[in-house]
Design a protein. Sequence first.
Length: 219
Amino acid sequence: MDAILRAGPFTRQSEGPPALFFNEQDPLIVGDFGSVDVYPVNCANTTSSSAWPWKYNDVFSKISTTHTGCESTPGGEIPIESSVISKSGSVKTATGDFFASNSATSNRGVSVITSLSFAYQATKSFDIRITYNGLAEASDDQTILSSSNILFFDTQGRTIDGFPRLNDSVTITLPASYIPRVYSSTLQVDVGVEFPDDICTPNPGSVEATSSLSFEFVE
């Protein structure tokens, strides 16, 4: 059996060769997808080792936009809206299959992004199945914006979109690699609604986005 020099416990995937022996990012993950550059290194699909636990990054981002009323301007009344951004990230340990789910509700628009990522080394390829489930809903009295969308994408170049539901699974072969190799998948749900006819009264309706990913190791 081939042997691999174990890297880690984390690797950094910036431009150029990966940093093979890297400590955990501090803070672990800053919650901004563009700045997540440190990944826990795992031994293929082996999740039962207590000496080298199997770990992954769980990153979440949410934007909630709320219609709060209107303001008067020389050109007439215009609607007012405000947005709140929430971001979080952590390194979690898996003893088998793993899962992440997030949701958000507002009266104007929401964007929910769920991402799971990790690095691995393996002497032979192995398979993992990813199930993605995105759902966008609005109350009956609301008109959904045409720009609303649900998008699944990963580091192997897959891009799958749909609306108002995107629910399916893909089985992915992760190739053998003697140096740490990163895999990441992301599900983004964006949904918004038009302003009400009375723009000075906060929209009484609601809109909700739900985003979930589950990873299953395939024997």
